[in-house]
Write a protein that binds this ligand. Structure first.
Ligand SMILES: [Zn+2]
Ligand SMILES: [Zn+2]
Length: 303
């Protein structure tokens, strides 16, 4: 297996699917995309990190950078359709030169294998999990950090309608030291210990990717559905001193213009705060270079 080697470059984050619940292709979602959750992170070295296997993972599998011999660490947040449905269409799964490690939080080894296997049961799909040619392995992250390539990763529980995990990914200092937190399908708790726990896990992230499915005024009708508002995500990012916030898991009924309006409202909230926070709506096909603030290139001094 040839691991990725990207030595000396910052983490490269690419959004392959940003939609929640169900794919919604069409003219009204063309700017932010209609595919469901999938994000890749290229590290300085080691496997390609992939966060979730919604329908966006199909395009990732067909991308030129997925060379013949590839090694992928697939971190799955949970088993809802919009996070696993693209897995059977992930081309590297059909190549015996590829290795796919499917990784979850505590208990993930068995439950994720069961989820992916059930999804590919004969009634639903013509190819079964054990028929894939790639080396597919299952693993989990316990209390402590797990080292994956040049990064370390921690898993923590979501507030959602099914058990699942958010992930904090820290690149090594030698490789830019960027920190990305992926926290989707997460209904933010009210102020209290649970909120503080979540804020601390997001602390000082260079990029927080957070569920922003609803508007504040929609939350009352969706309480207990396991999702957050854009404003809630913005408040979390501000309190956790994050540098960038990607609003993620766009509601399938929110067209591009409505995502723009939700984002503008969150930017207004962020700009009223004393801290600097770059808020944007995650867009399918978008790539970002993420490094720690201390490693950002400085502007040249004036002559
Ligand atoms: Zn979802
Ligand atoms: Zn979900």
């Amino acid at each position: 297996m040839l691991p990725y080697s990207h030595v000396g470059l910052p983490m490269q984050v690419t959004f392959w699917g940003t939609r929640g619940s169900i794919p919604v292709p069409g003219p009204n979602t063309v700017r932010y995309g209609g595919n469901t959750a999938c994000v890749s992170i290229r590290l300085a070295s080691g496997p390609l990190l992939v966060l979730d296997a919604g329908t966006g993972i199909r395009a990732l599998g067909n991308a030129p950078e997925m060379h013949e011999e590839c090694s992928v660490a697939l971190l799955l947040s949970h088993g809802h359709w919009d996070h696993i449905q693209g897995f059977p269409f992930f081309a590297p799964g059909y190549r015996d030169t590829c290795r796919i490690q499917v990784i979850g939080g505590p208990g993930g080894t068995n439950c994720l294998k069961q989820l992916l296997s059930d999804q590919m049961e004969q009634s639903y799909f013509p190819v079964q999990l054990e028929q894939l040619k790639a080396r597919v392995e299952f693993d989990e992250i316990h209390e402590d950090w797990k080292r994956i390539g040049s990064a370390r990763v921690r898993a923590f529980p979501l507030h959602h309608t099914s058990a699942g995990w958010g992930f904090r990914i820290e690149e090594s200092p030698e490789a830019g030291g960027g920190v990305v937190v992926y926290l989707t399908d997460n209904e933010l708790p009210p102020d209290g210990p649970d909120w503080d726990f979540m804020r601390d896990l997001c602390g000082d992230a260079d990029l927080l990717i957070h569920d922003a499915q609803y508007l504040d005024e929609e939350m009352a009708a969706h309480k207990g559905w396991g999702h957050s508002s854009g404003r809630g995500a913005t408040r979390l990012a501000l309190e956790a001193d994050c540098r960038r916030l990607a609003l993620f898991h766009h509601d399938p009924d929110r067209d591009d213009d409505a995502v723009d309006a939700l984002t503008a409202d969150c930017r207004t909230l962020a700009s009223a705060a004393s801290r600097t926070l770059d808020v944007f709506a995650a867009r399918e096909g978008q790539t970002l270079a993420i490094r720690a603030a201390s490693q950002e290139p400085r502007a040249a001094p004036p002559p």
